[in-house]
Ligand binder design. Structure first.
Ligand code: NAD
Length: 455
């Protein structure tokens, strides 16, 4: 690890990444490599958790292509030195802000979108002029291996290097001098990463998880809400950090919504989703066992079947659920959807105000007053009105959590900003040097007070 970091330090110090043309070349090169190896990428995702190629393209590669194009189109403008007003007390002078890269960035990735969540932060780090070490997730081993091969055989290791491994590998990387850490993963490991970063005062972003609610009020377009909730919940077999973890629906619509979501599950995946090519599997036995234990058979409204051999968990709806149930104690991160009734929106707002701040929140409502009330009074990373997950498809929207769901932002301009230090410079002229600030002060305090009155 020492050698990996040393090489990157030398490369960064060479000043190569300060050239915008170099950054653009590397982004384009990464896009070309991904395009050239699309089929192998689908294959490795399929081997890791039977991810359907459509979902691999839509939620991994397409997102990266879109981000690369957005960065390439804007990087010149964002990387420009910006002049700002000069202050009177510094007269005569000029002031400007120079966007500068931090240096060596370590990106630590999760397994659930193992290509997109590994490379999306990398794009921002490259655009901003950093060198990058990527640690893909060991829990998606085929994809981790492929990413490492593609990166390490195409890029100068001083500039961009993938290091495969588990927690121990990450820890040894963290003990090296790094300039920025970008972590995506669980809240539990996020705390460990932050402690390590504190040792060397390394700045960091934590993209974490949590229980993201969907709220469906009385005014919602129910069939459309059901379809969009089912899509956001069961895509990637529910292993999505922003998937709706559970649903709160107005009591008067509870049964109808449950039936409509059940209907959508059948129309998406047929009567037996285990036979569908469009439904992914759970990543490993540990997560399979965890999820299987969250299913309480007497509370299953739909689904509930599991198969440990193929790590299959049927899209499942659970009802008669309260906050005391096991399924409400932690982020579900799988295809199990508890649907809870509510009578009064105000009460739900109070309940959620007392829970951890989630990464996402979704409101299904055609009532403007309710839309404003929910958006204004609840804290969460980001979300949608009348949809789920889709806010991630807009590069103009910053993405990140709040509270237990993390801190820091990325996507589009915020990716560039996250990996950039805005260096502030004041350039003073030499033709005038007002003596006021220099000791001995004698009567100067009186004059200072008079003068500052007018500033
Ligand atoms: P995880 O926290 O178990 O692992 C993430 C990364 O940390 C992996 O690369 C792993 O090797 C490394 N790691 C694990 N233990 C470590 C330790 N003790 N020291 C150092 N490194 C360690 O997360 P996961 O299971 O891969 O992902 C699932 C979690 O990630 C869920 O909570 C989900 O909500 C969250 N998530 C968040 C986002 C987001 O954008 N906010 C995106 C995807 C997933």
């Amino acid at each position: 690890m020492e050698q990996v970091v040393k090489k990157q330090q030398q490369f960064f110090n060479s000043g190569k990444t300060l050239e915008i043309s170099f950054r653009k070349q590397q982004l384009q090169k990464l896009k070309d490599i991904l395009k050239e190896h699309e089929d192998e990428i689908y294959e490795s995702l399929n081997e890791d958790f039977r991810k359907p190629p459509f979902e691999s393209h839509a939620t991994e590669l397409f997102v990266l292509y879109q981000e690369i194009d957005h960065l390439l189109a804007n990087i010149d403008r964002w990387a420009k030195t910006k002049k700002v007003k000069s202050s009177f007390i510094n007269f005569p002078s000029k002031s400007y802000i120079k966007p500068q890269p931090y240096g060596i960035v370590l990106v630590i990735a999760p397994w659930n979108y193992p290509v997109q969540l590994a490379l999306n932060p990398v794009l921002g780090a490259i655009a901003a002029g950093n060198t990058v070490i990527l640690k893909p997730s060991e829990n998606a081993p085929h994809t981790s291996r492929l990413l490492a091969e593609l990166i390490n055989s195409n890029f100068d290791p001083g500039f961009f290097r993938a290091v495969e491994g588990d927690a121990e590998t990450t820890q040894s990387l963290l003990s090296e001098p790094l300039d920025y850490i970008f972590f995506t993963g669980s809240t539990h490991v996020g705390k460990i990463i932050m402690k390590s970063a504190a040792d060397q005062l390394t700045p960091l972003t934590l993209e974490l998880g949590g229980k993201s609610p969907a709220i469906v009020d009385r005014s919602a377009d129910l069939p459309l809400a059901a379809k969009r909730i089912a899509w956001g919940k069961f895509i990637n077999a529910g292993q999505t950090c922003v998937s709706p973890d559970y649903v709160y629906v107005h009591t008067s619509k509870h049964t109808e919504l449950c039936r409509l979501i059940q209907k959508e599950i059948r129309s998406f995946y047929g009567d037996d989703p285990s036979q569908s090519d469009d439904f992914a599997r759970i990543i490993n036995d540990k997560h399979f066992d965890r999820l299987a234990n969250l299913i309480t058979p007497e509370k299953v409204f739909h689904g509930g079947n599991t198969d440990p051999d193929t790590r299959y968990i049927e899209p499942t709806i659970m009802t008669e659920i309260s906050w005391d149930d096991p399924v409400m104690q932690e982020e579900i991160f799988g295809p199990i959807l508890p649907i809870l009734p509510f009578d009064d929106l105000g009460e739900i707002i109070s309940t959620l105000q007392n829970k951890s701040k989630p990464l996402a929140l979704y409101l299904f409502s055609t009532n403007n007053k309710n839309q404003k009330k929910v958006i204004r009074n609840l804290q969460f990373g980001g979300g949608c009105i009348n949809d789920t997950v889709a806010h991630l498809g807009n590069t103009e929207l910053p993405f990140g959590g709040i509270g237990n769901s993390g801190f820091g932002l990325y996507h589009g301009k915020t990716s560039f900003d996250t990996f950039t230090h805005p260096k502030s410079i004041m350039k003073k002229s030499n033709w005038l040097d007002i003596p006021m600030r220099y000791p001995p002060y004698k009567e100067k305090l009186k004059w200072l007070k008079k003068l500052t009155k007018f500033l």
